[in-house]
Write a protein that binds this ligand. Structure first.
Ligand SMILES: NC(=O)c1ccc[n+]([C@@H]2O[C@H](COP(=O)([O-])OP(=O)(O)OC[C@H]3O[C@@H](n4cnc5c(N)ncnc54)[C@H](OP(=O)(O)O)[C@@H]3O)[C@@H](O)[C@H]2O)c1
Length: 269
């Protein structure tokens, strides 16, 4: 049966990457449409991840990546972009759809590994997903992915151009930047006039970001929140490093866009 005709609850969902985002997505999928019988999950082999998976009662869903890529109807990829550089797969299901949640990895690179049946999503961070205040960008449009994302409580945006993924990616780092800015005493008020027209998306997400930063009971809690959002070598980290130096949120945003583009360029060149 074509993917678009299946009930969400009948879909076999594969998740590659059982870190911050991967396991949060599993939990939100469970709440909205997925039964444990329809979950397949793969990770690299870290002992701590193994423990977390056991604590969540997901050990029976763990399968090798190859098996996951042939058995699932839809495979979500939540590994770090750096881990995707040498990621290889020899077999995939004839109709399996591959949905990358990796920041900066372009469609052309996904097609080289998974073939033509690929799509990208960019979600806001795990904390916003757990708060039910999450947003997600989808490119290109895929009806089933849109149904999953919407059913899982995200506010979806369908992008017209892949380039716009950079702006969403940077926008979704803003909650961490706002927390750091507050700690450093930086004025973060961004007025529309201050942002280039191309960054209208970021301006929209900035308003959302101000509403999702939680109240912290201690400085340590705030530091932990920022730390959890900053994947080493990633875009949030680039924004935070720049913000510490420049004390200017707009410059930090620019640094984030540059880092996102640099990650993409690293894949295509
Ligand atoms: N965290 C966020 O706020 C956020 C928001 C939006 C998008 N993203 C994107 O989501 C992706 C994951 O981020 P994260 O923060 O969840 O990273 P993370 O916590 O480091 O988790 C990465 C996971 O990928 C697994 N992995 C690495 N190489 C693998 C391989 N070859 N095969 C199977 N599994 C592999 C790791 O396994 P082990 O546990 O065994 O090491 C780990 O479970 C990144 O691409 C990031 O750009 C993250």
């Amino acid at each position: 049966m074509p993917l678009g005709k299946k009930q969400l609850s009948d879909l076999k969902i594969g998740i590659i990457g059982a870190g911050h985002l991967g396991l949060t997505m599993v939990q939100v999928f469970f709440k909205s449409f997925l039964s444990p019988d329809n979950l397949l999950i793969a990770y690299k082999g870290n002992a701590n991840t193994e423990r977390i998976i056991a604590d969540l009662g997901l050990t029976d869903s763990v399968v090798p990546v190859e098996e996951l890529c042939t058995a699932a109807d839809i495979v979500f990829i939540f590994i770090r972009p750096q881990s995707f550089i040498d990621f290889k797969i020899t077999t995939i299901g004839a109709d399996t759809l591959f949905v990358s949640g990796m920041a900066g990895v372009p469609l052309t690179s996904l097609e080289e590994v998974f073939g033509e049946n690929v799509c990208r999503i960019m979600t806001s961070g795990p904390d916003t997903i757990r708060q039910n205040k999450a947003m997600a960008a989808i490119y290109p449009f895929n009806e089933t992915v849109n149904r999953i994302i919407t059913a899982s409580g995200f506010e979806p945006t369908i992008l017209n151009e892949e380039q716009e993924m950079h702006y969403f990616t940077v926008g979704f780092c803003l909650p961490a930047a706002l927390v750091l800015a507050k700690k450093l005493g930086i004025d973060v008020e961004i007025t529309p006039i201050d942002i280039k027209p191309a960054y209208a998306i970021i301006r929209h997400i900035y308003v959302w970001a101000k509403g999702v930063v939680p109240e912290f009971s201690s400085d340590k809690e705030a530091d932990d929140y920022v730390h959890k959002m900053a994947t080493p070598g990633g875009i949030t980290e680039a924004i935070l490093i720049n913000l510490e130096k420049s004390k200017d949120l707009l410059q930090a945003v620019e640094a984030g866009v540059e880092r996102s583009m640099a990650i993409s360029d690293g894949f295509v060149s």
